[in-house]
Design a protein around this ligand. Structure first.
Ligand code: ADP
Ligand code: MG
Length: 736
């Protein structure tokens, strides 16, 4: 069989131009794309029930024997004439009336005495059962039927039946000819099945075990390619010819003397590493990581000081206006005392002011020149350039797309680069994600930090919770209430919820926001997600007399900033928000963090949110309100929340997140908020995202590292190279 995997999809019989266009909408152009289009879930048809055991409203699988002739009749429905086919079929528990519409030809299929596996919803009226147009497969005891039937992501013009049959053409034909790019020794060392077996079983699993083997192999592939991609195309490079920024210790002392506190040992070490990098002509490429509140900003400020004192300029880019404002408010006045000039540049900066800043940044006269600029993505705009670029810093770097970061360093080709991140990344992931960066780790908190007491509560605590809000506000404190943003739910999540409601088995294990332990009836009783807008309204009514405000991601930046400023100034007592406040905001007077629908958040996200309080002298609390029913106490979803009560170390939390949810939160951010790294670029991590056994990821990363060690640009592995470069295409264009 010749390799048709790169053939256009029209090579399959039954796929013409129209269908090809439908497929193209899903990004499926070639036969290979089609076999890589995995089911999103499976119908569990192997779970055969008796009629009497079926659950109302859910799809069930039942084996029934036909007991009557098919009766045909004509009816009028919605103004059209329809033929109706009706017969009865039974199992040990009862008998069911089955109906099909406009499918007269089925009368030759359903003979008296023949047995079928039906799949669909069973309706009960008294002790009578009904099914309407169920799926059916002829059943013989000696020939087992497949237990799992794939459910594919679809688009208009492509039905599940159609995809199944088109994929069947490939599986029955060319699947063995699809080249397996995984080197044979990697495959055998990791006990992975062949690609053709994996593809066959992912689409037509013969058992749960076979499906498990297939998923494991395909997840490994994704991790492996991802690591190869980051290790080759996605690598940021060090330049020679960066400005040498070397200043004396006594000069540095002038900076330290501005600080109202002593640096921690970890901060001193980080600053030493930064200074030593900047003193060389090879550009710095360093990431500063450390838990929320460990004091990264002052290290960034030290780096700015070094650049400026060496006659260079610095830029600090933050992901939100709120954060940029906060940095500017901290840094600009502080540096002013040393005669160092800084400015703030955001989308909200008036045009005239912007022009002035552009000019001052480019001024050839050092006495008129701006020494540093703090800003948002606005720093990436055309007009921004530097007369003497020296240092580029990005804060909370994971919030930026790879391309935004690349753009900033591109503008300033020979600058030193410092990135900061408060998202603790599990070690195994950090090695791959930051493989090209030197890491400075701040693993020590400034002295006197309090532990934020954490509680997990359910809906029944609502009245007490509101009393607690009042109590804290009456004592002069401020309160955050964070809700997941409903409007940000993705198509995928919606489908997932629908699938779960239908009793389907999801492909990935990641989506445990109420996992399978929670019984179906209970799922229905879970309160609607707290839509932030509505919730803010209700809460402000109930908290009559208190100053409640609302901020969410869809607001204009200027509006967001205005509300945040009022909160920072204490004019607002209770701030209801979506996760926009997550990143970096510092309001020392805030002492209570309430997270609604906490089960929707990754642990690392929750940890970030918790880090917003406990920053001042007030005793602080974090309350995680979970919509999980009390009966879900044994579920992983609940265990995750419970872990927050006793764990305060961001790295431990990240490791747990990885173990419980897979690396998805770190690789591609969940829609419910931030916390992920938008670094996966063009990578589709379908299987890998929710893969919970991190040893597979580690093996894949190790295998990738091994290959890159011997063959840095994959020139000895042309097929692998092609796949990896194709995946990283978008990134590649930007990085080079
Ligand atoms: P993050 O690492 O999350 O960005 P910040 O830089 O915002 O943390 O610092 C958090 C708070 O800790 C700030 O109010 C800062 O002034 C304070 N801080 C930083 N370093 C120290 C220190 N060594 N001693 C006392 N307070 C410090
Ligand atoms: Mg910060």
């Amino acid at each position: 069989m010749k390799n048709i995997s790169q053939s256009p999809i029209t090579a399959l019989s039954g796929v013409g131009n129209t269908r090809a266009q439908s497929y193209a909408r899903m990004g499926i152009h070639t036969v290979y794309d089609l076999v890589m289009h995995f089911p999103r879930a499976y119908e569990n048809r192997g779970d055969v029930r008796l009629l009497s055991d079926t659950a109302e409203g859910m799809n069930s699988s039942i084996i029934l024997t036909v007991s009557t002739e098919c009766k045909k009749s004509l009816i009028r429905g919605r103004g059209r004439r329809m033929t109706l086919l009706k017969f009865r079929a039974f199992d040990d528990s009862g008998s069911c009336e089955i109906t099909y519409f406009n499918q007269e030809y089925l009368s030759s299929t359903f003979h008296i005495g023949s047995t079928f596996r039906f799949y669909g919803k069973v309706e009960k009226k008294g002790n009578r059962y009904f099914m309407s147009s169920p799926e059916y497969e002829a059943y013989t005891e000696s020939v087992p039927l497949p237990p799992l039937c794939p459910v594919y992501p679809l688009t208009a013009g492509v039905s599940n039946k159609m995809i199944t049959s088109h994929i069947a053409q490939v599986l029955d034909g060319a699947v063995n000819s699809i080249p397996d790019h995984l080197p044979e020794d990697v495959r055998s060392q990791n006990r992975l099945c062949s690609l053709s077996y994996a593809l066959t079983q992912i689409h037509r699993p013969e058992s749960f075990e076979a499906l498990g083997r297939a998923k494991r192999r395909l997840a490994f592939d994704e991790f492996f390619r991802f690591a190869l991609g980051l290790g080759t195309v996605g690598r940021t490079v060090r330049h020679e010819g960066a400005p040498v920024c070397r200043i004396s210790d006594s000069e540095m002392q002038k900076f330290y003397s501005l600080l109202p506190y002593h640096l921690t040992g970890a901060q001193e070490r980080a600053i030493r590493e930064i200074r030593s990098d900047m003193a060389r002509s090879t550009s710095m490429n360093r990431i500063l990581v450390g838990d929320v509140g460990c004091g990264k900003t002052v290290c960034a400020a030290a780096a700015i000081f070094v650049a400026v004192r060496a006659g260079r300029q610095a830029a600090l880019m933050a992901p939100t206006g709120i954060l940029a404002n906060q940095h500017a408010a901290d840094l600009i006045p502080m540096f002013e005392a040393l005669g160092i000039r800084g400015a703030l540049l955001t989308g909200a900066t008036p045009a005239a002011q912007k022009r002035k800043i552009y000019e001052a940044l480019l001024s050839s006269d050092p006495s008129k020149r701006l020494d540093f600029v703090v800003g948002t993505q606005a720093l990436l705009s055309e007009g921004v350039g530097f007369a003497a670029p020296g240092l580029i810093i990005t804060d909370e770097q994971h919030r930026f797309g790879v391309n935004q970061r690349a753009k900033l360093s591109e503008k300033n080709h020979d600058s030193h680069l410092l990135v900061m991140s408060a998202t603790p990344i599990p070690r195994s992931l950090a090695l791959v994600l930051y493989g090209d960066l030197d890491i400075s780790r701040i693993d020590e908190m400034p002295p006197g930090r309090q532990r934020v007491d954490t509680f997990v509560v359910d809906e029944s605590y609502r009245p007490r919770l509101e009393a607690f809000i009042r109590k804290n506000v009456d004592a002069g404190g401020q309160v955050y209430v964070v809700c997941p943003a409903v409007e940000e739910k993705t198509q995928l999540e919606l489908e997932r919820e629908e699938d779960m409601a239908q009793g389907l088995i999801p492909m990935t294990a990641n989506f445990d926001f109420y996992d399978s332990v929670v019984r179906d009836e209970e799922k229905k009783s879970i309160p609607e997600m707290r839509a932030a807008v509505q919730f803010a309204g209700e809460l402000s009514e109930r908290l009559d007399g208190y100053r409640v405000a609302f901020v969410h991601g869809k607001m204009k930046n200027s509006e967001k900033d205005a509300v945040m400023r009022d909160f920072i100034d204490g004019k607002i007592q209770v701030l209801v928000s979506t996760t926009v406040i997550e990143v970096g905001v510092n309001v020392p007077n805030a002492c209570l963090m309430i997270v609604e629908n906490a089960e929707r958040f990754g642990l690392s996200q929750l940890h970030q949110l918790r880090g917003r309080v406990g920053r001042g002298h007030r005793k602080s609390y974090c309350v995680l309100v979970s919509a999980l029913p009390p009966s879900a106490k044994k579920s992983t979803a609940y265990a995750r929340l419970d872990a927050m009560k006793n764990t305060y170390d961001g790295y431990k939390i990240a490791e747990q997140d990885l173990a419980l949810r897979g690396p998805g939160d770190f690789l591609a951010p969940a829609s419910s908020g931030a916390g992920g790294i938008r670094q996966s670029g063009g990578f589709d991590l379908k299987m890998a995202e929710g893969w919970q056994d991190s040893s597979l990821m580690e093996s894949a990363f190790a295998a990738a590292k091994d290959i890159l060690h011997k063959d840095a640009d994959l020139s000895a592995h042309p097929e692998l190279r092609e796949i990896v470069y194709r995946n990283f295409e978008d990134m590649g264009n930007i990085m080079n």
